[in-house]
Design a protein around this ligand. Structure first.
Ligand code: GLU
Length: 429
């Protein structure tokens, strides 16, 4: 199956629920039309370098054995080791991992990090696993893909359904087999074993920084800005709380069950995040509740989809009333919805810029692991701020110079960097 994935789009060909790979390839083709990168390089970038699929047997707590599928897609490493998260989710497919790995290549290039792109995961519902089962599954998965990864080769990180503890088990399993403690094999670990302070909050922090800059760019005052955030996990909750702290009025937040809504603004710190207490958002007292779909259509200044992919589609894009969309999740906007937003003049600040704080602090973590020297939280946050502003300015200049969408501008910045590296290195042999 993995081999087919290297060649073409998925066979169903449907546009109703566009796969991450279809979206990523369409975005690449569209952005490539704006720049002068060799066609051969663009063609190469439509394909991953490799996709590894492994069987991951797990002894369940009741003694039975179940076999899960593990995947690691490596898209491109011309600028440095492959980098990207591992998700534990029943919907994980090789195709989805390829699309997400392409976004990681662009994300690292937009941020000018010396990494390429990868993504992987296990087809499993983590809610069905006990903690001990999750640990055994993670350790066996680490062993099955041990030859594919490594601190100089491919560095996984947390993503949907995985967290710092998952990374700790993964790092331990890898280190035990290699015979040496190797903290740099994964990022997003607990700080006590080489993780970075501020890593967990980093994707949400970068979403907040980029939302703040977008608000400024469009001549709005953050104190008079209303915001709706879909998803109250690490990304959504940290973004909502920071924007709230900076003076914005966060009127709605949601989890998988729905949203709470208060036109006077919610106290975001009083609402439990998914990590603090799963699925607790609706239990927070608020004047109104909404569905997740209604949240996206609220008449607010900024809407931040920070839950799952494909939530802004051609079905609801015409009903969105926000002035600015800032993507917190990976791939929340389909290609068709993007075109509608562009026609309607609603700027979409893309995921590969907005949530790139996660991989940026992963890079800081990797540097700390190599040097065996931990940075203070203050240093991490200061350097993250600097990197985010630098990437924001690179993309903004492209928007202003080329009259392109924010997504195309971010792709142009990324593709130029990847293209230059490929041209300089040349094709071997
Ligand atoms: N999973 C995160 C992302 O999608 C972080 C990846 C990383 O830190 O390597 O950006």
């Amino acid at each position: 199956m993995a081999i087919n994935m290297l060649d073409g789009l998925n066979s169903d060909g449907g546009t109703e629920s566009e796969s991450a790979l279809e979206t990523a390839r369409r975005q690449l083709t569209e952005a490539a039309a704006h720049i002068n990168v060799d066609d051969g390089i663009i063609e190469r970038l439509k394909h991953p370098t490799r996709v590894v699929e492994v069987a991951v047997p797990l002894k369940r707590d009741d003694g039975t054995v179940e076999v899960f599928t593990g995947i690691r897609a490596q898209h491109d490493d011309v600028r440095g080791p492959y980098k990207g998260g591992l998700r534990y989710h029943p919907g994980v497919t090789a195709e989805e991992c390829i699309g997400l790995s392409m976004w990681m290549t662009w994300k690292c290039a937009v941020m000018d990090l010396p990494f390429g792109g990868a993504k992987g995961g296990i087809v499993v519902n983590p809610k069905d696993l006990s903690t001990a089962e999750k640990e055994r599954l993670t350790r066996r998965f680490a062993e099955e893909i041990r030859d594919t990864i490594g601190p100089k080769r491919d560095i996984p990180a947390p993503d949907m359904g995985t967290d710092a503890q998952t990374m700790a088990w993964f790092m331990d399993a890898y280190s035990m087999q290699e015979g040496e403690t190797t903290p740099g094999v994964v990022t997003g670990k607990p700080p006590v074993i080489g993780g970075s302070h501020g890593r967990e909050e980093a994707p949400g922090r970068s979403v907040a920084i980029i939302a703040r800059e977008a608000i400024r760019h469009y001549d709005k005052d953050i104190e008079e800005t209303t915001i709706a955030v879909q998803g109250f996990g690490s990304v959504g909750a940290n973004a909502a709380r920071l924007l709230d702290d900076w003076g914005a009025t966060v009127v709605a937040v949601s989890d998988v069950n729905g949203a709470v809504y208060d036109t006077n603004g919610l106290d975001t710190h009083a609402i439990a995040t998914h990590d603090e207490q799963p699925e607790a958002v609706m239990r927070h007292g608020a004047p109104n509740t909404l569905t997740n779909e209604e949240l996206l259509e609220l008449d607010v200044d900024v809407v931040i989809p920070a839950a799952v992919g494909n939530v802004l589609t051609e079905e609801n894009a015409n009903d969105v009333r926000a002035d600015i969309i800032v993507e917190g999740a990976n791939g929340p906007t389909t290609f068709a919805a993007d075109a509608i937003f562009e026609e309607r003049g609603i700027p979409v600040i893309p995921d590969i810029l907005a949530n790139a704080g996660g991989v940026t602090v992963s890079y800081f973590e990797w540097l700390q692991d190599i040097n065996r020297r931990q940075w203070s939280l203050e240093r991490v946050n200061n350097e993250l701020e600097t990197e985010m502003l630098s990437a924001w300015n690179d993309v903004r200049q492209e928007v202003e110079a080329g009259d392109t969408s924010w997504r195309d501008a971010a792709y142009i910045v990324a593709l130029n960097r990847v293209g230059e590296a490929k041209t300089a290195r040349g094709l071997w042999p």
